[in-house]
Design a protein. Structure first.
Ligand code: NAP
Length: 284
């Protein structure tokens, strides 16, 4: 498994995203609690050393499951979390971006994960909940940098961010990763990914399999069948080959899917398959 450096942390490029462990829409209790705990344990036993989470999944429930399944955490396991939102009683995602709210969120994550320091905290920007939008983030990053100086955070990342916001943030603190929506059929960040690669910053696509609307494409299905792989494995392998700074965090609540996703780390796509998959975007 190839790796990437997140600051001083060495991360296997195939990780795991924990959002799907909470109930529907990342809200409430999981539909199968024992399976959720088993997925987490098997992921780490299989070599995953990068788990993506947030205290606003559940809320609190996903982090509590991670703690129950995996604490005390093995050396080398990196848990990446994010701050910047809270959940409404109706499962809505509400901005919580003031310095006081960010500090409270860091403490929520520390408490529910059972940690003294968070490895990586992504600032989840909410100028537009649905996608990156310009806006001044000096106050946000200054607040996180203050928490970093107090020893509560090791590294800072950005989520739902633009290139300009990354540039602004880097004037205040080191930025180790960007987590935006990206997959085979949603490729708004193509140029941004390459720019970040040049800066040594990891790009962590969320919804790598399409998220709440799983990827569907006849080209993807055909290429996968020719490679004797599933469409989801093929979509993950395409991302791994897309750029060296891409780290994967596919989400699943099932050990069967977890095994398939981890196996995609070994799937090598021939050049011709990559070319066909590159064209999926123009055919959907
Ligand atoms: N920063 C942000 O704003 C943000 C937003 C969304 C997500 N995220 C992070 O990104 C991670 C990944 O996103 P995601 O989990 O929402 O979306 P995803 O990884 O694109 O897709 C997850 C969906 O695909 C299904 N699935 C997974 N593996 C499969 C397989 N091998 N075959 C068939 N179906 C499969 C899952 O269902 P099953 O459970 O049935 O496998 C689930 O419905 C999350 O866990 C979260 O940590 C971040």
């Amino acid at each position: 498994m190839s790796t990437f450096q997140l600051g001083d942390l060495t991360i296997n490029r195939m990780g795991y995203g924990a959002m799907q462990l909470a109930g529907a829409h990342a809200f409430g209790q999981p539909k199968n609690r024992e399976e959720a705990l088993a997925v987490l344990r098997e992921a780490v036993e299989s070599g995953v050393n990068h788990i993506d989470t947030s205290d606003f999944y559940g809320p609190h429930i996903t982090n509590q499951l991670i703690r129950e399944a995996l604490h005390p955490y093995r050396d080398g396991l990196t848990i990446v979390t994010k701050v910047g939102a809270v959940r409404g009683a109706d499962a809505s995602w509400l901005p919580a971006q003031s310095p006081e709210e960010l500090e409270a969120a860091v403490h929520d994550n520390l408490r529910n994960l059972g940690l003294d320091v968070l490895d990586v905290v992504n600032m989840r920007l909410m100028f537009d909940v649905m996608g990156p939008a310009e806006g001044d983030i000096e106050a946000h990053i200054t607040a996180l940098a203050g928490l970093q100086q107090r020893g509560l955070i090791r590294h800072i990342g950005l989520s739902n961010a633009t290139a300009r916001q990354v540039q602004q943030a880097r004037g205040i603190a080191d930025i180790v990763c960007v987590q935006n929506q990206y997959n085979l059929v949603y490729r708004q960040d193509d140029a941004f990914i390459d720019q970040l690669a040049g800066q040594g910053i990891a790009y962590v696509p969320f919804f790598p399999l399409g998220g709440f609307s799983p990827l569907q494409s006849s080209i993807l299905a055909e290429v996968a069948a020719e490679l004797d792989a599933t469409p989801m494995q093929t979509a993950l392998a395409w991302l791994l080959q897309r750029a060296p700074n891409i780290l994967l965090i596919p989400g699943t609540s099932s050990r069967v899917h977890l095994r398939q996703n981890l196996a995609a780390g070994k799937l090598v796509l021939p050049e011709q398959a990559v070319r066909r998959l590159n064209n999926v975007i123009t055919s959907v």
